[in-house]
Design a protein around this ligand. Sequence first.
Ligand code: NDP
Length: 391
Amino acid sequence: MASGDSTKRRLTILGSTGSIGTNTLDVIDRLGGRDRFEVAALTGNGNIPLLAEQARRLGAELAVTADDNLYQDLKSALAGSGIAVAAGRSGLTEAAERDAGWVMAAIVGNAGLAPTLAAARRGADIALANKECLVSAGSLFVDAVKMGGGRLLPVDSEHNAIFQVLENDQRHAVERIILTASGGPFRTKSLDEMRHVTAATARAHPNWSMGLKISIDSASMFNKALEMIEARHLFGLNPEQIEVIVHPQSVIHSMVGYSDGSVLAQLGCPDMRTAIGYALSYPSRCDLPVERLDFAKLSRLDFEAPDEIRFPALRLARRAMESGGVQGAVLNGAKETALEAFIKGRAGFLAMAEIVEKVMDALADLPAAATMDDVFAADEKARQMAAGLIR
Ligand code: NDP
């Protein structure tokens, strides 16, 4: 049981300085802040001023920067506060292992896997924003959560929507799930136009305000590709039960189709605080001052089939799901490397999918992962190979 004041909920936020992290803090503030919550640990990477401000404001016990080089900066920023400070991989693990019943997993990318796994293994409820945990480690991650005894609470808006529907209806009769996708900023652009786009235009998501990498992943639809794999593991589905539909307004967050032909959906204004609040208050609902849907003003809801020629990421996700094994880790490792290169102007927008496909071709015969070390090894191989292609 958590230590400290037993009337308060103890929690940790991995990635508190990011888009999901700051939204989580906003929800915590609105639900009572320090009167209702006790913060065991907060982690960030480069944004030391924000991390220190958050830790002081919420009275965190421990603040961690993932960057070893910034340890002294964080220590100075928290001098006199009594807040413990740590850095690097071991610091992230220390934060994840600290006694807290609820952990928000909001570190971006594969860097979030090890600390989230540490929290899962000790039995914390995991509010999962970091989809890479399921994309790379799949059933190994799900098994770790089960063995730890905590709950897996999806925060990705699409998966949170499906989770909400499934809480209220019969899981055994699920025929398919339909993930909605906004289509991103290049939904109507031609292949030729997409060839020349920059990170600055790719990051401008039409509906959601998110971190840099997920915004660009939304533009390439790699975000949706990761979400397909995430959904497969979260909900125990076969690849053919997972559909994607482009829905530019992002009002329907996703849908579940049943064996009697019914389709149930969760709707709302695009605001991550609804999904975060649901995961924080689960199984209850909380009061949040997010914008309400006004159906009278909402003149139309549009839908279109995704174009897998312009957005090959979706095809690659299906291929990774069908091959199984470590192909999710390979896809993600190669994608993160290609994305980094695109952000730095060293690879074109369309080259990202080409690089991922080549790496998947080359590593198609890697055996399935028996342990997490196999997952990390596959991820590393994919990164090296992708880096070689970019050079
Ligand atoms: P951001 O880039 O906004 O934030 C990422 C967080 O991770 C920050 O706290 C950052 O620290 C920290 N971080 C960065 N690099 C490292 C590293 N190497 N090791 C440890 N920590 C690191 O990302 P988002 O909040 O947008 O996304 C977080 C996760 O949630 C991603 O997996 C994303 O796919 C998922 N997600 C996000 C959604 C959104 O609306 N943003 C929606 C659904 C899912 P610092 O800022 O201090 O450098």
